[in-house]
Design a protein around this ligand. Structure first.
Ligand code: N7H
Length: 508
């Protein structure tokens, strides 16, 4: 039986209020009046409802203002005691965040790195080797290269000194600053700030668009049994793809009990060179007879991403942007890359044909809908909860086609297993020249938006729709992207525990 999201919200509300009542301090924003008996039947055959308490996980990329406050722990005993007494009541639950009436002024979430958990005396094996090493190790790890150049990493992220991150979100920065001051005064000298990154939705009509100008956050997986309605084209996957200890968690049997319903959070500070990206598009318009050079540039950007700036998928609208399609939730994600071709081999045409969408377009690389066996395809979903950081491009930067002010994407993904989620996408799909495997062209190229070959030029096939499909195998038809327009400035892996998990940590 599928339960609606509102049902899920209600049930998790009871889980917070009743099931954990003995373990947790009183909630600051307890809803009134409260039920004494659940509205739902309790049937063993039905899956457990997750008591999802880290509210950021299911919310996605919709915040107006957000602050990532990275800290080190200086005094574990004081930190744990304040966590139990004053910080836990501030943590915002999914229950609260999804209903405006119960939303706090500022959403507060808290997650820890492996060194953070160790410094608090939590030595349990969470069953995730990437988490244990920390992200900086993966920059050097030859087996699991995430493609970063260590020299581009900013000092605060280079190492394992970040113990935790507070994620604060609100509609105003003033609210965030007030809550941050409150948290700092509660925790005092038990923590030290290592780095802060302020994110915000872009202004005016750019709201929801990332800095290159593309609408972001359209396609998110549905959480099986809980997301309602499931929109056309949304793939329902088990909650354990994102939540530790739930059905579908690849390491279900080896997780410590307190970790249940937490999620691994991958944070990446991804700088975007917007004037340089724009100049590249201007200088390389696709030569399509019916299009002006400006439209040809627009088309090149759309084919690199797989969607137009409005969010309309190029597979459904290959030659022109379609804002009506983009704004229609029932159509804007409802497609696969399978081309219905003639019997006896239906579906094989999508291994030859890049007319509508290049094999290597960003969204095809990270979600190769119908290009792979669904079992493989569906085990690598992440929930993205990123936000742009940094100001708009200045006139001086636009005139010089050169970035002088830092801006980009504060990338956040949630998954129950970092290797299956972020790492698989980054290492095996985004940065593999041959992916999606099995196509007529074995050298498709890395992801044109975020793939890297060490910062140098990248050959991408299929970007020019004027080239006959089978000729795309000839590298002389590739579009050469001279440099990376997205540069990693660092990041870290965190574990974002449920309220019960935070309560355990406070007393560990
Ligand atoms: Fe991507 N972009 O503006 O080009 N991304 N991304 N991403 N991304 C998506 O469907 C972008 C990054 C995914 O289901 C859209 O939401 C930029 C990383 C996934 O069809 C756009 C950066 C990773 C999807 C962008 C960046 C991913 C996705 C289309 C970095 C994973 C869903 C809008 C600065 C490791 C694909 C949408 C699907 C979509 C952009 C980073 C993954 C416009 C600029 C690092 C899974």
């Amino acid at each position: 039986m599928r339960r609606s999201l509102s049902s899920f919200v209600l049930v998790s509300l009871f889980a917070v209020g009743v099931v954990n009542a003995g373990e947790l301090p009183p909630r600051r924003r307890a809803p009134q009046p409260r039920r004494t008996k659940s509205l739902f039947i309790d049937v063993p055959a039905l899956p457990d409802l997750p008591t999802v308490q880290a509210s950021d996980i299911l919310v996605g990329m919709q915040k107006a203002e957000e602050l990532f406050y990275f800290f080190g722990i200086k005094n574990a005993a004081t930190f744990k005691s304040k966590l139990a007494s004053d910080i836990l009541p501030l943590i915002t639950t999914t229950t609260e965040i999804l209903d405006t009436a119960t939303q706090p002024l500022t959403m507060v979430n808290l997650a820890f790195s492996n060194t953070g958990l160790l410094s608090l005396g939590v030595h349990d094996d969470l069953g995730d080797f990437n988490f244990v090493q920390g992200q900086f190790a993966d920059v050097h790890n030859q087996t699991f290269l995430i493609g970063d150049n260590p020299s581009t990493w900013e000092a605060p992220f280079a190492g394992t000194q970040i113990h935790g991150v507070f994620i604060l979100a609100s509609d105003t920065l003033a609210n965030i600053n007030t809550e941050l001051a409150n948290i700092q005064s509660i925790l005092g000298a038990s923590i030290v700030e290592i780095e802060s990154l302020q994110g915000a939705a872009r202004p005016g009509d750019e709201k929801g668009h990332e800095h290159f100008g593309f609408m972001d956050g359209i396609s998110q997986p549905a959480v099986n049994g809980f997301t309602n309605p499931i929109l056309p084209g949304q793939t329902p996957v088990d909650p354990g793809t994102f939540l530790v200890g739930e059905t579908g968690d690849p390491n279900l049997d080896s997780r410590p009990a307190w970790a249940k319903d937490g999620s691994f959070l991958v944070f990446r500070k991804l700088q975007q060179l917007v004037p340089e990206f724009n100049q590249f598009l201007t200088d390389h318009p696709l030569d399509v007879p019916s299009l002006t050079p400006a439209e040809g540039s627009e088309l090149l950007g759309a084919r690199m991403v797989g969607r137009w700036k409005s969010g309309a998928p190029i597979f459904l609208s290959p030659t022109h942007d379609d804002p009506v399609l983009a704004n229609d939730k029932n159509r804007n994600n409802n497609f696969t890359y399978v081309i219905a071709d003639a019997l006896p081999d239906p579906g094989t045409e999508n291994h030859f044909n890049q007319t509508n969408c290049p094999f290597g377009a960003h969204i095809r690389k990270v979600h190769p809908r119908g290009d792979l066996d669904p079992i493989v395809e569906n085990s690598h979903f992440i929930i993205r909860s990123s936000i742009p950081y940094g100001p708009e491009v200045t006139n001086a930067e636009a005139a010089a086609n050169t970035t002088s002010v830092d801006r980009g994407l504060a990338f956040v993904s949630y998954q129950a297993d970092i290797f299956n989620g972020f790492m698989f996408l980054q290492n095996i799909w985004i940065n593999s020249v041959g992916f999606p495997f099995g196509k007529v062209d074995p050298t498709i190229g890395v992801d044109p938006i975020i793939g890297t070959l060490g910062g140098g030029p990248k050959n991408i096939s299929g970007l020019d729709p004027a080239v006959f499909d089978l000729d795309q195998t000839d590298v002389s038809h590739d579009v050469v992207i001279p440099r990376d327009f997205v540069i990693s400035r660092g990041g870290e892996y965190f574990f974002s525990p449920s309220l019960a998990g935070l309560s355990f940590i406070a007393t560990a």
